[in-house]
Design a binder for this molecule. Structure first.
Ligand code: G
Ligand code: G
Ligand code: G
Ligand code: MN
Ligand code: NA
Length: 255
């Protein structure tokens, strides 16, 4: 109950902030970034898995998620105007909780934000998880179809850790698979093969999807992934999530 009240108040007061984790392509250029939400509750940081889960349980994820999307679009517009994004930069990826995705007003929100911040839909990548397809499948699927038709990109987050079947992979207009970081930690310095990773990469390519590895923490992991045809990376080896200013500085230093 305390967390609920604090969360409610934090939404009212806009006490959250966003950080941005760069994503890099095989040439070492920035290909995009993932938005991650942070909250200092009266100066005490609360772990995102904790407050996101609490927000989901209380439906506060809907106003919070709306705020996150709006701020993401605002930052994107600002970066474009400032010239902080390199030519290689394609997408800003925003995590969307299944509850937020199911909100009947979700599509109108997206349309409003694209208009308000003069963004082509291709700039926005929505990270959804397999859990989004549990239960009322058709509705989620139709929504993805329509948004994808509009030009919005979809990445399947935490791939390989969810509960749904693989059949949705060929039915849905997805653009990208994100290999869950739990698999990446299995790559060790002895260069033993990691069949799951190799299979996910091939599955992605066979379906015409881009594949990104998250949680890349070492050069060995990056080299292994590159050798197995994974061409996009995100993780501490490149950069931790950064605030607005540090993010633009990082992009400038990469060039
Ligand atoms: O890196 P970029 O997003 O521009 O890559 C576009 C596509 O080109 C990727 O989806 C991938 O299939 C392919 N690609 C990217 N980097 C390499 C590379 O180093 N070697 C090969 N063979 N293909 C690549
Ligand atoms: O940010 P990492 O630092 O610890 O995030 C932990 C978990 O919280 C991840 O599963 C991540 O997807 C989730 N998370 C972080 N930021 C957001 C957000 O803006 N929206 C949603 N729905 N989840 C987020
Ligand atoms: O579930 P999702 O993929 O949205 O969450 C991304 C989470 O991974 C965030 O909590 C982010 O802070 C964290 N993260 C990003 N890079 C790394 C990394 O290299 N190692 C670890 N352990 N966590 C990472
Ligand atoms: Mn994510
Ligand atoms: Na993930």
């Amino acid at each position: 109950l305390n967390l609920f009240n604090d969360l409610h108040q934090a939404i009212e007061e806009e006490a959250f902030y966003l950080v941005f984790q760069p994503q890099l392509n095989s040439r070492g250029e920035a290909s995009g970034a993932e938005v991650l939400c942070r909250w200092n509750n009266n100066g005490v940081p609360v772990a995102p898995d904790v407050f996101i889960a609490a927000a989901e349980e209380t439906n506060l994820i809907i106003p919070l998620g709306r705020w996150i999307l709006r701020q993401s679009c605002r930052h994107l517009q600002h970066w474009r105007q400032q010239g902080c994004l390199p030519a290689s930069f394609r997408q800003l990826a925003v995590n969307i909780s299944p509850i937020q995705f199911r909100d009947p007003q979700f599509e109108s929100l997206i349309n409003e934000l694209l208009e308000e911040y003069s963004l082509e839909p291709q700039w926005l990548e929505l990270e959804i998880t397999e859990n989004t397809f549990l239960g009322n499948n058709d509705e989620a699927r139709n929504k993805i179809e329509r948004l994808s038709q509009l030009g919005i990109r979809f990445a399947l987050d935490d791939f390989g850790t969810g509960y749904s079947s693989l059949s949705y992979l060929q039915q849905l207009p997805l653009h990208k698979l994100k290999i869950d970081r739990s698999f990446i930690t299995d790559i060790d310095k002895t260069d033993q093969p990691v069949p799951i990773i190799e299979s996910i990469i091939q599955l992605g390519h066979n379906l015409g999807l881009d594949v990104i590895a998250e949680g890349v923490e070492t050069e060995q992991q990056r080299d292994y992934l590159l050798a197995h045809q994974c061409y996009e990376f995100q993780g501490y080896w490149f950069s931790k999530p950064l605030n607005d200013e540090a993010f633009c500085r990082y992009l400038a230093e990469l060039q």
